[in-house]
Write a protein of this length. Structure first.
Length: 325
């Protein structure tokens, strides 16, 4: 019996070795999921702090700007520091041209030719590497690996602030076979790119697409994230009432830390509510519910009297028990 199975096994191995060249041309099976690190990067880039400083400098150039010179200088210094840290050469060229800054050629060369975090790998080498991975995935691997290669390019372009190329890479990725959740991740990233560059038409278009995808099968986390994204868009579009409603809905379920901090979202919720809510409604929701830990002098005196009175009463009761004994 064992010899019989041995002959079958040797025949099977021979058939596999004879068919190896043909099998090598077939694509390997796909895993079905993009890597966790890639998904995390796609879910957090670009760095919105850079966009915030960029917007402050744009406001400083307007006639109604209320920023002091020291604030403008501090914002510029911090922005240039973040640009250099993340090697955002395309974005640096963009802001330098917009604000008429003299271009630091040494800084630009460093950002163009070195890619973080290794600090030794050229941007062009990184793109060549990604191109090689894409070609290999298309020839030998599955759809998920092809998608990862395209998303890898998008991640690089998003990190360095190249708007046109990151959108091109994402649109190419969306044309590939992807799951609903992967499409939602990409749509949310494109929305962040639009918010980063204050491109409201781009944001509006992809909010609609993301909403359709989430209705098809998105989870509650991404549904809640989209509320915050749409609230930011409506805030920029000056629709404070709808923005206020979305921000209020997100107070208890906020997870969009890639876009803003929780205190910032609360600030936006309060400001939009004050601007869009009637006085009667504000009075109903606010009057009588304000709590404070800083009482005025009269309240402080009353509180101290009550506390001291309670302490004195306790001492008298203890003394009375001793006397009774």
């Amino acid at each position: 019996m064992l010899s019989h199975f041995g002959r079958i096994l040797r025949q099977k191995e021979a058939s596999i070795s004879m068919g190896a060249p043909e099998e090598a041309t077939k694509k390997k099976p796909t895993s079905g999921h993009i890597s966790e690190q890639l998904e995390e990067d796609i879910s957090t880039f670009p760095h919105m702090e850079v966009s915030h400083l960029y917007f402050l400098l744009q406001v400083a150039t307007t006639s109604h700007a209320a920023l002091a010179d020291a604030e403008v200088a501090a914002a510029k210094t911090k922005l240039l520091g973040l640009i250099a840290e993340h090697h955002m050469a395309p974005f640096y060229e963009r802001v330098a041209a917009e604000f008429h800054w003299p271009v630091d050629t040494a800084l630009l060369a460093t950002m163009k030719y070195f890619y973080p975090p290794q600090q030794t790998q050229h941007n062009e080498d990184e793109l060549t590497k990604l191109d090689g991975q894409l070609a290999d995935a298309e020839a030998n691997l599955g759809d998920i690996e092809v998608l990862e290669a395209h998303l890898g390019r998008a991640r690089l372009y998003s990190l360095i602030g190249d708007k046109d190329k990151v959108l091109e890479a994402f649109h190419t990725a969306l044309a590939k076979p992807t799951s609903v959740n992967q499409k939602i991740i990409i749509q949310l990233h494109i929305i962040r790119v639009g918010l980063f560059f204050s491109d409201l038409p781009l944001v509006e278009t992809h909010i609609k697409k993301a909403r359709v995808l989430i209705d098809e099968g998105g989870d509650w986390d991404r549904r809640n994230r989209l509320k915050v994204y749409e609230g930011c868009y409506l805030l920029m579009a000056r629709d404070f009432k709808k923005a206020s409603s979305l921000f209020q809905d997100s107070v208890a379920t906020f997870t969009s830390t890639e876009l803003m901090s929780y205190p910032t979202m609360i600030f936006y919720a309060v400001i939009t509510s004050v601007l869009s809510t009637s006085r009667v409604e504000l009075k109903k929701k606010v009057a009588g519910v304000i709590e404070t830990n800083r009482p005025d002098a009269k309240n402080a005196q009353y509180q101290d009297t009550v506390k001291q009175g309670d302490a004195l009463l306790n001492r008298i009761q203890k003394l009375a028990r001793v006397i009774n004994v």
